[in-house]
Design a protein. Structure first.
Length: 95
């Protein structure tokens, strides 16, 4: 079963999001680069003074590896996010 993840960063905006992404090996806005193993979808945007990221992973272990190897160091100067995990029952994406 896939695992959903919601990260909410208080007081963060698109500028900070772009700065973090500049340190990663993929670009979520364009889809270019080497996506982390196990990352199935990524969405991000502003909501009520926070930056919200929603992702679907093949497992929590895949996300933990990405966090350890790449994302954690890139988030070093960011405020601590609120983290919510959920079991994905269904996921559809339409353009």
């Amino acid at each position: 079963m896939s695992e959903g993840l919601i990260l909410q960063f208080p007081g963060v905006g698109e500028r900070e999001y772009d700065a973090v992404n500049a340190q990663l090996s993929f670009d979520p806005k364009t889809g270019r680069g080497d996506w982390p193993i196990g990352l199935m979808s990524h969405s991000a945007g502003a909501s009520n003074g926070s930056w919200v990221v929603t992702e679907i992973w093949d497992s929590k272990a895949s996300q933990a590896a990405f966090m350890h190897d790449q994302l954690g160091p890139a988030l070093a100067n960011m405020p601590e996010p609120t983290v919510t995990w959920f079991d994905v029952v269904t996921s559809q994406h339409r353009n």
